[in-house]
Design a protein around this ligand. Structure first.
Ligand code: PCA
Length: 204
């Protein structure tokens, strides 16, 4: 099985994004818990509402993966969160890294309000917890660039690759980011985030 897995560039004044750092640390090849061989294709994504959809579409066309998993940072969350749904909404206080703000715009004009992940989200969460790493199913990926990318992935899958699986995992701050903040924030060591992602992938 070939999995296309992405993380994001730093944003919001941070110098690292644990999503990309954790993805970068994953082994290129491993076996799922069912013994299937996996090869990963890794890519860092820009924090850009307007560019992320076109970039992921091209990556999916080039690599023809069996599964697409996008990963992003969600500062303040306590553990890994496997997202159940992407919504057709771009709405956040902050602009993206291109300086573009959205307040209440659709990701895709005329698209359905929401699209469910095409992943065994509960099994992935159970596998992560089974590896001793906090995780839960999340019912909101927000309305910033992560949700936008997830919505695009699910749209592309539905329109072009009906057999492909895909979805999104949010990860918390890594400890260094949390330590640099004035007030304590929940965080996990980067190696633990990587181990958690690997446990999720092995459940596919
Ligand atoms: N997190 C942001 C965008 C990039 C990232 O890593 C989000 O949750 O939308």
């Amino acid at each position: 099985m070939k999995i296309l897995i992405t993380g994001f560039a730093p944003f919001g004044g941070e110098s690292v994004n644990p999503s990309w750092e954790a993805v970068r640390g994953l082994p290129e090849e491993f076996q799922t818990s069912k013994g299937e061989s996996v090869t990963l294709v890794k890519q860092e994504m820009p924090v850009s509402y307007d560019r992320c959809g076109g970039i992921i579409k091209e990556l999916m066309e080039q690599n023809k993966p069996d599964c697409v998993i996008c990963v992003g940072q969600a500062g303040g969350r306590m553990g890994l969160e496997v997202e159940q749904i992407a919504i057709n909404l771009k709405d956040a206080h902050s602009p993206d890294n291109d300086g573009v703000p959205y307040h209440g715009a659709p990701v895709i004009e005329g698209g359905p309000d929401g699209r469910f992940a095409r992943l065994p989200v509960r099994e992935m969460v159970a596998a992560c917890k089974g590896a001793g790493i906090p995780a839960k199913v999340s019912f909101s990926a927000g309305a910033y660039v992560c949700n936008c990318l997830m919505y695009h992935v699910l749209e592309i899958i539905e329109k072009q690759y009906p057999k492909m699986r895909g979805g999104f995992i949010h990860v918390p701050y890594e400890c260094g980011q949390a330590a640099a903040q004035e007030r304590a924030k929940p965080s996990l060591p980067l190696s633990t985030i990587t181990d958690g992602l690997l446990a999720c992938l092995k459940a596919l």
